[in-house]
Design a protein around this ligand. Structure first.
Ligand SMILES: NC(=O)c1ccc[n+]([C@@H]2O[C@H](COP(=O)([O-])OP(=O)(O)OC[C@H]3O[C@@H](n4cnc5c(N)ncnc54)[C@H](OP(=O)(O)O)[C@@H]3O)[C@@H](O)[C@H]2O)c1
Length: 231
């Protein structure tokens, strides 16, 4: 760590994130090592990435019970074409007050407007050669059809609408943009200024929402007339 800081030309890192869950290392050891770095002043805050809800909750529980620094943010894949995170992880983030940093917000370019039912994207576009992250194409094309209409209404690109949808989700703290050109970067940065109307948000939600899944639908049913304590 000391050598890394030296190479980076700094004496501390603001946010140190682990890239994923390592099945070969006890979680306890990882958490202790991370906490040591915070105590030594080499790191200010800890973050995790790509954890399942139970893994993140276990880590938070362990850190809290030992009075150690806990993960303050999760870096995770989330897009209008892949809302899987809403099942288990988003409720956990809200409950535990952990921030969400989104990666591949355009599903690696699939949601940039270049890919449609009848267009597989120009040669050289990353997604044409590298099929990642996985998307349910039919669901994604349906979302792209709706974003297309909204993009025209807003005089914006489909990419900008896809990013703006994320920024309108209250559980999203920040989004890591991917851009290959300056024009893409400018287009994407402008998403922070794009205000989607309630009607547009409703259409985007309807076309992209996840089908109900157990135990989510039972939890919702049992709590329909209950209100969580205010936070
Ligand atoms: N934690 C993790 O495991 C993990 C995994 C993956 C990524 N990440 C992080 O997330 C960051 C972003 O991921 P990403 O690059 O996959 O993001 P992305 O926004 O999903 O995809 C970016 C790609 O989409 C295309 N694009 C972007 N804006 C566009 C626009 N306005 N118009 C047309 N095309 C556009 C470009 O590729 P083309 O022009 O080639 O189509 C660009 O390279 C990465 O840099 C990395 O830091 C983290």
């Amino acid at each position: 760590m000391h050598a890394s800081l030296k190479r980076l030309g700094t004496d501390h890192i603001d946010l140190l994130q682990i890239h994923g869950y390592d099945v070969a290392t006890p979680l306890d050891e990882t958490l202790r090592a991370l906490d040591d770095l915070v105590r030594e002043g080499k790191v200010r805050y800890l973050g995790a990435s790509n954890l399942a809800a139970w893994q993140l909750m276990k880590a938070l529980g362990l850190s809290d019970s030992r009075n150690q620094s806990r993960f303050e943010s999760l870096q995770a894949y989330y897009s209008i074409a892949g809302r899987d995170l809403e099942r288990e992880v988003v409720p956990l983030l809200k409950d535990q007050n952990v921030g969400l940093m989104v990666w591949s917000p355009l599903a690696g370019g699939f949601l940039s407007g270049k890919f449609r039912r009848d267009a597989q994207g120009p040669e050289g576009s990353r997604r044409a050669a590298f099929d990642f992250p996985p998307v349910d194409r039919e669901r994604a094309y349906n979302a792209i059809d709706v974003m297309d209409v909204i993009a025209k209404e807003q005089n914006a690109s489909v990419a900008r609408v896809a990013l703006a949808w994320l920024l309108h989700q209250p559980h999203v703290t920040t989004v890591i943009l991917g851009a290959k050109t300056e024009a893409q970067l400018e287009d994407n940065l402008a998403a922070s200024e794009l205000r989607l109307t309630p009607a547009q948000l409703e259409k985007l939600d309807a076309v992209s929402k996840l089908p109900p899944e157990y135990p989510g639908w039972m939890v919702e049913r049992q709590n329909a007339d209950r209100f969580p304590p205010a936070r």
